[in-house]
Design a binder for this molecule. Structure first.
Ligand code: GLU
Length: 562
């Protein structure tokens, strides 16, 4: 039979999955089994995790655990799971078949990281249903893959060599859930995507006030490498070359080590060849440098040519799509790297950076991008787009062909489609999102709460509570993880009045099936509630599923109540 603790965080009986006692047969059995063996002892988190993964078996093959882990979005290489993975490897070596773990061995492996693992399996991460989310991402990836327009930058050979077919998307959530699709392990240069990062380092290192005594905060309305300053003879903002060069002169710390920390110690390299080529072909940047020097834009005592050298070097820093998604996630997470937990940047530095990315990050497309996508982002000439969904995730898109304004063709398509599907736009309304998906936990939590209240009222036979819910336009047909509805619960408990209210007033579907295929009628029969059986049979005879099917159950509720 089904023996599976789903870890959905539903209610308040099972201390692991928190599934409610009237809907969680699993917890019932887990408790039974454990108390048979150890009377009086409550299951530990490790035991509950074991039963979740084992699905009724006595032993778990390691790959089953790893597959289940991957489905939560966690990677086995996550630094936060280091102990668990090391002990797992050692433990497996000592088992007879090198593969399976019993409950005792499993416990030994997971206990050092049990908090993180429990969070993952209890779906407490920001994107609880990670697999369904990533399958959408993969679809968007495939769609953009078919695009063929755009030109690969060719002003230096190190960029010209890239195939126009390269295309990669990686994401990392603020809880360190990872997903990656396409050419995500190929190193490429950050180029202008480094501008927001070094600006963040500069603000972190000094202060907002100090940095902005040298650089403005306003979109320039001009090409990124224009030789032009604002009315105060300062660069317009840190996302255009003039501003980024001045910003480079403010940095005293080791930028590379900051970048490495932002990337959670994943790949950050350096292309010396790109650096040399950038310097050789960098006449415009030299011109800007001299102009900035003439206008006294640098702090006193600055050696302009060595600033330019550092500027070119920073452009030539290499990342992979994967490692850069962690950098973006550090920005999404207020400056704390999600996979190491280390604070890299101050919240203020991150907020400033996101604000400027939002208004100035996409060259001369910035305004339109802010309008259509509504998310902070920065693109670079190598084809990268660093995209941040604040408090949710960081994304790196990479594909070398660029449109006329210098943004990655596939990247722009992906970002646009992403926000069309999910309510990630800064000004998407998070409460009433009629057409878009909200993959975030809060939404899920609210649903979970309302399902708990609904099923609890049905369980206790509280018709007046149900009336209130219906009036507040709660979905009276909603299901818990086991696809149980209020009608199932009321039928099983023999609450005829509740059953009638749900059917008469709320016009709920009388024949929903739960995950075991049972209808409310089956429940009433099983528990011998003959009056409920009779009522349900009568409804089923008259039930026409097409009736009012164009209305949501909320609308049906209101129809019957007002
Ligand atoms: N190396 C380029 C420059 O400084 C960067 C171009 C870019 O990515 O926007 O002009």
């Amino acid at each position: 039979g089904a023996f599976y603790c789903p870890g959905q965080g539903l209610s308040s009986c099972c201390s692991f999955c928190l599934t409610s006692q009237w809907t969680c047969p699993t917890m019932h059995r887990v408790k039974q089994q454990l108390t048979e063996r150890n009377p009086g002892i409550l299951p530990s988190l490790e035991d509950l995790l074991f039963y979740t993964v084992a699905e009724g078996q006595e032993k778990i093959p390691a790959h089953k655990f790893l597959t289940a882990l991957k489905a939560t979005g966690l990677r086995s290489g996550d630094p936060r799971l280091k102990e668990c993975m090391e002990i797992l490897k050692e433990t497996l070596k000592k088992t007879p078949d090198g593969v399976t773990l019993d409950r005792h061995l499993f416990k030994k492996c997971v206990q050092s990281n049990i908090v993180l693992l429990t969070q993952a399996f209890r779906k407490k991460f920001v994107i609880p249903d990670f697999q369904s989310f990533t399958s959408h991402i993969d679809q968007l990836y495939e769609k953009a893959k078919n695009l063929s327009g755009g030109q690969v930058a060719d002003y230096i050979p190190q960029l010209a060599k890239f195939s126009p077919d390269l295309w990669a998307v990686s994401l990392c959530t603020v809880d360190g859930q990872r997903h990656t699709v396409g050419d995500t392990k190929v190193p490429f240069c950050l180029q202008s995507c480094v501008k927001p990062l070094k600006y963040a380092v500069a603000v972190h290192d000094h202060s907002t006030e100090y940095v902005h005594s040298f650089i403005g905060k306003e979109p320039s309305g001009l090409r990124f490498n224009k030789l032009f300053l604002n009315e105060d003879d300062k660069p317009h903002n840190p996302m255009v070359n003039a501003g980024a060069i001045v910003c480079t002169s403010l940095i005293q710390v080791k930028v590379m080590s900051f970048l490495k920390k932002m990337a959670g110690n994943e790949y950050v390299g350096f292309s010396n060849a790109t650096f040399q080529s950038e310097r050789e072909s960098g006449d415009r940047n030299f011109a800007i440098g001299y102009y900035l020097k003439e206008k006294k834009c640098f702090p006193e005592g600055t050696d302009m040519t060595s600033v330019l050298d550092l500027y070119f070097q920073l452009c030539a820093i290499e990342v992979t799509c994967e490692s850069a998604s962690v950098m973006a996630a550090t920005l999404a997470n207020g400056g704390i790297c999600p996979i190491t937990g280390e604070r890299v940047l101050s919240p203020e530095a991150v907020r400033n950076t996101l604000s400027l990315m939002h208004s100035c990050g996409m060259y001369d497309f910035s305004g339109q991008f802010a309008f259509h996508v509504g998310l902070p982002s920065k693109s670079g000439v190598a084809g990268g787009i660093l995209l941040v969904v604040p408090n949710v995730m960081g994304i790196m898109c990479w594909s070398p062909p660029l449109d006329k304004l210098g943004n990655s063709v596939r990247g722009i398509q992906f970002c646009t489609d992403l926000v069309e599907l999910f309510n990630f736009h800064n000004y998407d309304n998070l409460r009433h999102f009629a057409k878009k998906h909200d993959p975030r936990r809060e939404g899920g939590d609210q649903r979970v709460k309302s399902v708990i209240n609904l099923l609890f009222a049905a369980y206790t036979g509280d018709v007046s509570a149900l009336r209130r819910f219906a009036l507040s336009s709660m979905d009276m047909e909603q299901r818990d993880y086991d696809s149980r509805t209020a009608l199932h619960v009321a039928a099983a408990e023999g609450h005829l009045e509740v059953v009638r209210f749900l059917l008469d007033a709320c016009k709920v579907n009388p024949v929903p099936k739960d995950r075991w295929g049972n209808t409310p009628l089956d429940e009433a029969v099983q528990f011998g509630h003959h009056d409920v059986v009779a009522a349900l049979q009568q409804y089923q005879e008259n039930y026409n599923p097409a009736d009012g099917s164009d209305k949501t159950s909320n609308e049906k509720n209101l129809d019957s109540l007002l």
